[in-house]
Design a protein around this ligand. Structure first.
Ligand code: NDP
Length: 317
């Protein structure tokens, strides 16, 4: 595994990280969860990403990973990076979501309990809250770090201007923002086009791209129809219009380019992200160990010729 420096920090992150959003709730077997984490760690994937609301039900992914930390990963805490987040709805009433200090700190304490940890490595504000002063939200991240609940602070889904301001506030507080986590892949390029990646890099943050495979669309999975059990059949946030015949024709062209590079489509999709040096890591999800093995091969070749990059853009036009 390749380890990349995360922005202007001392922290190295694996080029591929494993997210526990799917396949980690009560809908997946304990054996599968253990197998996914063990395979990832064996391949050098040292970073596991969570949020308070991952499940279903919300909180159950943290509980499941807490079990793994106590068993399979016992004694490995100092070799792991564990991240969690708060921002989306978690409990009823006015203090169960968004960006107040009240919510963020209460949620982090709940996450630590579920994980069975004294601290997480990275604590994220999961989304920008336009109603709460940014100083309060960033003050809560700074407090999370100063109080020993987290080692680093992160932002997720923040627009460019808020990213810049948040970076400045955190730096002034003495807790420089480590990382930004936007959705970014070959099909969903808004963070590149609208300036989030640039703002994050300017503020010294690393960037970890979530859903690098567009939830499985940027793999061979949907080239010949919709396989039973795939995320397209059950994913609440899966956009099925992305696997219309016209889209699949584009994916086939991408698949040809990947093949010519000696990569699978999933590997090329991840490599495409990593060839931009501002991108620290691709944050993938998996429903099988084979998918992790496939992705892990991506970091071997992240160089693209101008013709290949043009070919990808033409295929997707
Ligand atoms: P991906 O884009 O990597 O999609 C993962 C899915 O793609 C897998 O579950 C699997 O779907 C399919 N897949 C993966 N590899 C292969 C392969 N080699 N061949 C075929 N299919 C494959 O990422 P996710 O959307 O799962 O997101 C990853 C992580 O990002 C999350 O776990 C979470 O940590 C983070 N995230 C953060 C968000 C935020 O707001 N900050 C929001 C969403 C995600 P299938 O089940 O069909 O097999």
């Amino acid at each position: 595994m390749k380890y990349n420096r995360c922005g202007r920090s001392g922290l190295l992150l694996p080029a591929i990280s494993l997210g526990l959003w799917h396949s980690f709730g009560h809908n997946a077997s304990p054996d599968l969860k253990r197998d996914l984490c063990r395979k990832a760690f064996d391949l050098g994937i040292t970073h596991f990403d969570l949020a308070n609301n991952y499940g279903p039900p919300p909180g159950s992914a943290e509980e499941a990973f807490g079990d793994i930390l106590r068993t399979d990963f016992s004694g490995l805490r100092d070799r792991l990076i564990v991240s969690t987040k708060a921002g989306y709805h978690m409990w009823d009433g006015p203090y169960g979501e968004w960006g107040s200090r009240k919510y963020l700190i209460a949620s982090l304490d709940q996450s630590l309990k579920r994980l069975g940890l004294d601290y997480v490595d990275i604590f994220y504000s999961h989304r920008f809250d336009p109603e709460t002063p940014l100083e309060e939200t960033m003050g809560a991240l700074d407090f999370a770090v100063r109080s020993g609940r987290a080692l680093y602070a992160g932002l997720s889904n923040y627009p460019p201007e808020a990213t810049r301001l948040a970076g400045q506030i955190l730096r002034a507080l003495g807790t420089p923002c480590l990382i930004h986590q936007p959705r970014l892949n070959m099909l969903q390029r808004e963070p590149l086009e609208q300036g989030v990646v640039e703002a994050a890099a300017h503020e010294g943050m690393g960037v970890i791209a979530f859903s690098p495979l567009a939830q499985g669309i940027l793999t061979h999975k949907y080239l010949d129809g919709i396989p039973p059990g795939s995320r397209a059949t059950h994913g609440r946030w899966f956009d099925k219009s992305q696997i219309s015949p016209a889209h699949v024709a584009r994916l086939r062209k991408l698949n040809e380019i990947a093949r010519a590079r000696g990569q699978t489509l999933a590997q090329m999709a991840i490599a495409w992200l990593l060839h931009d040096k501002r991108i620290t890591a691709a944050l993938m999800g998996a429903s099988s160990v084979e998918q992790i093995e496939d992705a892990a091969g991506a970091a071997k070749n992240t160089a693209f010729s101008p013709e290949e990059l043009r070919g990808i853009d033409v295929a997707l036009a």
